[in-house]
Design a protein around this ligand. Structure first.
Ligand code: ZN
Length: 326
């Protein structure tokens, strides 16, 4: 931290901190219930805010040289020892968003010791969810995607994989791995930008992940849904998709008594514990998501590669701070 406002009491200039992507006031009803992803005070348009993101309260920064953090004492997580933190700084950068988000998906899907887990999507959040599932004690973590490099990245740290572009269904591929066509817990790390399966894999199909997860999740199981769904998508495939109305087969979920947990991750609920798991070597998240540290000027290239399906998590390092540590 380089400068403190006059009301900041506990965080000091020079502290090394992690900034949750959610902005929260710490005083409203939702913050008091630890639902900091839907703070009521920081976005006049609707509950929840974030830095530098459309429709999230107009707060600037996040992918910039500096960011002004409101309610800093509440929002910031201070690393206990700077030198110790710098040794794991590549991993600790994941605490702002993808690691807590993936972990929240796993927790809300009920992942625990011995679980069989299916994670839809091998992007950074999906890979973080898979690594988090291992941390939570899952027996078998299966990751589904259609990009070969991303599936290979999932296998590199002990996951099984399902290639959703194959003609075999997800259930059939899960059956071949675990001996039954279903899993205990499923996590949607894809969201509304999903594409179809098999020969339909090129078409946008915004409800496909949720519907397939209901099919493969055991009755009485739970679905974690950190993947993004929106209230407006001007480029949606039809008038319904344009307002976030999807053809979800809710009857199937109801019949199987599934639990659904949607929404942004309340980062603060998890970031301190995950920081300790990183500092004490219980999770190698930078390796799992394949962190590549780049300059701010290189960000457009990072976005281009990411859109092409690179099996990487690009971390922006505007001051060369992370690269210096490595
Ligand atoms: Zn609040």
């Amino acid at each position: 931290m380089i400068e403190a406002g006059r009301d900041v009491e506990f965080i000091k200039v020079g502290d090394l901190v992690s900034v949750p992507f959610n902005i929260a006031c710490g005083r409203c009803r939702n913050c008091k219930e630890r639902a900091t992803g839907v703070c009521l005070s920081v976005n006049p348009a609707r509950p929840g805010a974030a830095y530098g993101y459309v429709d999230m309260g107009g707060w600037v920064g996040g992918q910039a040289e500096y960011v002004m953090v409101p309610y800093a004492d509440f929002n910031l997580l201070k690393f206990p020892d700077k030198a110790q933190a710098m040794e794991k700084i590549r991993d600790l950068t994941c605490l702002s968003d993808i690691l807590p988000t993936g972990y929240h998906g796993a927790v809300s899907a009920g992942v625990g010791t011995g679980s069989i887990v299916y994670v839809a999507g091998a992007g950074p959040v999906g890979l973080a969810c898979a690594a988090a599932s291992h941390l939570l004690g899952a027996a078998c973590v299966i990751v589904g995607d259609l990009i070969p490099e991303r599936l290979a990245q999932a296998r590199s740290f002990g996951c099984e994989t399902v290639d959703v572009s194959k003609s075999a269904t997800i259930a059939e591929q899960i059956d071949a791995i675990v001996g039954a066509p279903e899993v205990d817990c499923a996590v949607d790390c894809v969201g509304f930008e999903a594409r179809g399966h098999g020969k339909d894999a090129v078409k946008e199909a915004p409800a496909t992940v949720l519907n397939s997860l209901m099919e493969i999740t055991r009755a009485a199981g739970a679905l974690g849904i950190p993947g993004l769904y929106v209230t407006g998508d001007p480029g949606g495939i039809d008038d319904n998709a344009k307002v976030g109305r999807l053809s979800i087969r809710i009857g199937l979920g109801w019949a199987k008594s599934h639990v659904f947990t949607t929404g942004q991750c309340p980062v603060m609920k998890y970031n301190r514990q995950l920081m300790q798991a990183i500092l004490f070597g219980k999770i190698n998240i930078a390796k799992a998501v394949n962190v590549e540290v780049i300059t701010l000027d290189d960000a457009p290239r990072g976005y281009r590669d990411f859109d092409k399906g690179a099996a990487k998590k690009f971390v922006l390092d505007p001051h060369g701070f992370v690269r210096k540590a490595a």
